[in-house]
Design a protein around this ligand. Sequence first.
Ligand SMILES: [Zn+2]
Length: 250
Amino acid sequence: MMYYIYLLFFVLGLCTGSFLNVCICRMPGGSSVVAPPSSCPHCNTRLGACDLIPVLSYIFLGGKCRYCGSRVSLQYPVIEMLAGMFFVLAAWHFGSTQGALSASVFISFLLAVSVIDLYHHIIPDKIVVFGMVSGILLNFYSIPAVLNGILGFLIGGGILFLVALVSRGGMGGGDIKLAAAAGIYLGWQNTLLMLFLGFLLGSVIGLTIVLLQRKTIKEKIPFGPFLSAAAVISLFWGNILIEWYLALLM
Ligand SMILES: [Zn+2]
């Protein structure tokens, strides 16, 4: 692929990141992500086009609102840069338009879910529906792909549903729906890997946080970000990891 494709994906990623920030701020409260236009959360001044250029506006305005001078959350440029970099990675890794597009939409979904879950400990149904519908539209292009996606959906949702039953509420409904939606994108093998890596990351990092902050286990650490990180690893390197694991068994 030519370099301008990467540039195109980078810019697309930055703009998508900007939209993801709107989703992250508005979706938990149930407000629309299309209207009204963005305004400063402190002084309510409607933001102009120059205030909304991804990353650059933040840098040139020194991380402050142009009108009232209050601090703008670092979340905005970070999410924009992350989306930009992941879109380029998707274009480089998958090459084909379908693969790169599907991976980019999937990662956007996971980014929004992770940050909302971190802040609010919820995964809104609206965003899960988006994940499932986009997963179907972008990945169901052949009969084997359809079957693989359906299996991924059932395995992702099914296994976490069983975990929820056994642990009596240790697993939230949002996590179950997130795993099911991710399963459509990943197919059954990578969905199994995602669940394995998600639990691994969750227990290692979760335990570290508990030990460092001396929190009790009862204080809930959201599972969505771990599951999302595991989904991204499975998306890009799942095939390599599974091959390597199977070779170990032989
Ligand atoms: Zn302001």
